[in-house]
Each structure stands twice: as structure tokens, then as C-alpha cells.
Design a protein around this ligand. Structure first.
Ligand SMILES: NC(=O)c1ccc[n+]([C@@H]2O[C@H](COP(=O)([O-])OP(=O)(O)OC[C@H]3O[C@@H](n4cnc5c(N)ncnc54)[C@H](OP(=O)(O)O)[C@@H]3O)[C@@H](O)[C@H]2O)c1
Length: 218
């Protein structure tokens, strides 16, 4: 399977690239900083420099040609302001989804966030509100498209080692955290499970083994 990962140098993306390489899939990481090429290659993926806030859907569609799946793993990240929540967390996802349609790549897994799909909680600040608004808009855009999409909403991300045990279900799942390594394992499993298309799934740490949890949602 050839999987194109938007935000290929992100923490989840690098973990996912390793998982995909280990099982014999080919990953391509789209990155904006040429200094990140070596890290992506070390994770076992091909690195392609493509700034998702500057590229056109036509540019990206060319990069997606021949791919079997797209994973949206980009994000403006901590420390960014409201404008980049819109240009990356919403805009880059819309760009990738449009390019996937153009290129005929049907399978699309989007990393969203718990909290999306509802009005932002009051009191968490303007940047949080912009983030949740952007994630919600990206989800809505993806659902409107003729793609085999799966929206994955993790809880708070940690850098703890993988546990292999998760709680994965349609909303609402009670708030919690989850290691990025478990998120990467879930995405790899979702790519193998087309029955999870057209589902919005929330993810936190739990008791179910990843493969069983993913199978039970399809
Ligand atoms: N933090 C949380 O607790 C939490 C919870 C739920 C969901 N999420 C979501 O989970 C996703 C992945 O999380 P993560 O921790 O793996 O993220 P991350 O490490 O911050 O990675 C995001 C990647 O997106 C890339 N990116 C930003 N703008 C780009 C652009 N214009 N073109 C290409 N790439 C660009 C960044 O590249 P640069 O290094 O060049 O900036 C970075 O490598 C994000 O969408 C995040 O919102 C986070």
C-alpha cells in the first residue's frame, strides 16, 4: 500500500511511517521544511517537500497519483495562533481532500481532535476556539466528499510508549489521553479496515487491543 501522509514530520506521522515501513507498506511524508528530509527517510518513508499552506490542489493531486490512501496528520501545533489553525488544521485538510478526489485516491484518514463537532468550550481562550472551529470545519468538509473517509478524534496526546490498549468508539467517548504511538497503530489498522469508512471515531487509552477495537467498529 502506498500511503501519503500530510505533515510527514509530525510526531504521529513519524511513528506511523515506522509502522508502515515495518509491515512493508510504502509511506510518503509531505513536509514543508527540507531540513526534515533525513528524519522522514530514517523513519522508512519517502520525503517530499510540499508546503500545504502554499500548494494548490492540482500540485498535491500530482503527488497523490498512484497512492492507495491519504492520512492527514498535519497541524499548526502548539504555539501557533488562530490564523494558522485555519490555514493548516482546516485549510490543509481541505486541500488534501480535494486533491485526493482529483487523484482518485478514495481512502482518507483524518486526524481530528476530541472536542471537534461541538461548539468550543467557553473559557479555554480564542486560540483553542479557533482550533476546534478549524477541526470541525475540516471534518465537515471531508464528510461532504465522495471519499472513503474515516475521522479519528484522539484525546490529549502523550509521548508515552505504546500500550496497545485503547478505547475506540463513536462519540461521545469520555475525555482522556492516548500515546501518539497508539494513535499511529490505530491509523495503520484503520487503513487495513475499509469497513471503518464514513465513521467518526474517538480514541483514548483503554483496555481493548488495537486490532480488535478497530475490527469492532467496522
Ligand atoms: N496535542 C494534542 O493533544 C492533540 C490532541 C488531539 C489531536 N491532535 C492533532 O493530532 C495531529 C497530529 O499531532 P502531532 O502531535 O503528531 O502533531 P505535530 O508533531 O505538531 O505535527 C504536525 C506536523 O504538521 C506539519 N505542518 C504544519 N504546517 C504545515 C504545512 N504548511 N505544510 C506541511 N506540513 C505542515 C508540521 O511541520 P513543521 O514541523 O514544519 O511545523 C508538523 O510536522 C494534529 O492535527 C493535532 O492537531 C493533537
Amino acid at each position: 500500500m502506498r500511503v501519503v501522509i500530510a505533515g510527514g514530520h509530525g510526531k504521529i506521522a513519524l511513528l506511523l511511517e515506522r509502522v508502515l515501513a515495518e509491515r512493508g507498506d510504502r509511506a510518503v511524508g509531505l513536509i514543508r521544511n527540507p531540513a526534515h528530509v533525513a528524519d522522514v527517510q530514517q523513519a522508512g518513508a519517502e520525503a517530499v517537500v510540499c508546503d500545504l499552506e502554499a500548494a494548490s490542489a492540482g500540485d498535491v493531486a500530482v503527488l497523490l497519483s498512484g497512492a492507495d490512501a491519504v492520512v492527514f496528520a498535519a497541524g499548526a501545533g502548539a504555539g501557533s495562533g488562530a490564523p494558522r489553525k485555519d490555514s493548516v488544521d482546516r485549510g490543509a485538510s481541505v486541500l488534501m481532500a480535494g486533491a485526493a478526489e482529483r487523484a482518485g485516491v478514495r481512502r482518507f484518514v483524518q486526524i481530528s481532535s476530541m472536542g471537534a463537532g461541538q461548539p468550543p468550550q467557553p473559557g479555554r481562550g480564542a486560540v483553542w476556539a479557533a482550533y476546534i472551529t478549524a477541526k470541525t470545519a475540516a471534518e465537515d468538509d471531508l464528510r461532504s466528499r465522495d471519499l472513503d473517509w474515516t475521522i479519528l478524534r484522539p484525546g490529549g496526546l502523550t509521548d508515552a510508549p505504546a500500550t496497545g490498549r485503547i478505547r475506540l468508539a463513536g462519540p461521545p467517548v469520555p475525555a482522556g489521553t492516548v500515546p501518539r504511538a497508539d494513535v499511529a497503530a490505530v491509523i495503520a489498522a484503520l487503513l487495513d479496515e475499509p469497513g471503518t469508512r464514513h465513521q467518526t471515531l474517538e480514541l483514548v487509552s483503554g483496555h481493548s487491543p488495537v486490532a480488535a477495537a478497530v475490527r469492532s467498529t467496522s
